[in-house]
Design a binder for this molecule. Structure first.
Ligand code: BEZ
Ligand code: FE
Length: 307
């Protein structure tokens, strides 16, 4: 039996020795994942040649990351966000047909049970911030309005915190709401102009950003999840293009197509109609949903079934 056949571990054959041990893996995808991860990880170690102390520092960093996770805080997702991995997974899983709105990260502050509100409702419940009215249409890729599309929207308050970060300080469901479109696919609601805010920075991920000379800020944005029967669910944001952090989002979530226009309006008549007391911000932004792939496949299967 040769040395290779005996499977003794050497610096040179490390990848083969480890991956060949997984030959009987029950799950082919797990086997493939571990083969790639092992190869890339060994490549990294061979290139960096860490000292034992450096390797332990990496282990302790990951340990602290795990210890920082609670029922409401996921430090590993935050790590994936600041490494650009969340956006990469999002991009791979949301390749859209031409003309459809682009997706971006979900983030940790969505809540599942926000109230459904009448179109035009004001989602700002703490009376803080600069008034804003947001409107637009939900369309298909042929430009037709989508009826019964459900928009779930949420944003941080004027001080850069989501309601769930300030329980007992902000009213429950402050700056959140669910809206349903009618026949014309139109939506509108009132809110306040969002501000930039830092991602949670009091844990190991914040320390890593600090050590790398990176700031923790996300540029001002509003979150949307838009669902409609027969269409792919769109998880996205709109961003303020004039935000100081628009070109350096801590989690790489900005895409050019997601920049909205925030216009400052000084129109006393319109302000009064909207229940505002002075100048206000106006944002108009349409969203285009891609048809569900399965819906197409089914209709194709149905069509071929009739041949
Ligand atoms: C957010 O936009 O809510 C967010 C996204 C990623 C990390 C932290 C916050
Ligand atoms: Fe956010």
């Amino acid at each position: 039996m040769s040395v290779e056949e005996k499977g003794y571990f050497t610096e040179e054959n490390s990848v083969e020795v480890v991956t060949s041990r997984n030959a009987n893996a029950r799950d082919a995808r797990l086997k493939q994942v571990m083969e790639v991860v092992t190869r890339k990880l060994h490549e990294t170690v061979k290139e960096l040649e860490p000292t034992q102390d450096e390797w332990m520092e990496a282990i302790f960093f990951l340990t602290r990351t795990g210890h920082t996770c609670t029922d409401w805080r996921q430090e590993f997702i935050l790590l994936s966000d600041v490494l650009g991995v969340s956006m990469l997974v999002d991009a791979i899983n949301n390749r859209k047909p031409s003309g459809a709105s682009e997706s971006t990260v979900l983030g940790p502050f969505h809540v599942a049970d926000a109230p459904e509100l009448p179109m035009g409702a004001n989602i700002c419940l703490d009376q803080k911030g600069e008034d804003m009215v947001i409107s637009g249409r939900i369309l298909d890729t042929d430009g037709r309005p989508i009826e019964n599309a459900v928009l779930d929207v949420w944003q941080a308050n004027d001080e850069g915190f989501y309601d769930v970060q300030q329980k007992g300080i902000q009213p429950d469901f402050n700056l959140r709401g669910i809206f349903r479109t009618g026949k014309d696919g139109h939506y509108w609601f009132r809110a306040v102009k969002p501000k930039y805010y830092p991602i949670p920075e009091d844990g190991p991920v914040g320390q890593l950003l600090g050590a790398l000379g990176r700031h923790p800020y996300r540029p001002a944005h509003l979150h949307y999840i838009i669902k409609a029967d027969g269409f792919e669910t769109l998880t996205t944001h709109i961003f303020d293009p004039d935000d100081p952090y628009i070109h350096s989002d801590a989690v790489f979530g900005v895409k050019e197509s997601l920049l909205a226009e925030f216009r400052l309006k000084d129109d006393a008549v319109r302000a009064k109609e909207l229940g505002f007391h002075g100048p206000f911000w106006q944002v108009e932004h349409d969203f285009v949903l891609a048809r569900e792939k399965n819906a197409n496949t089914e209709s194709r299967a149905g069509a071929s079934g009739t041949l």
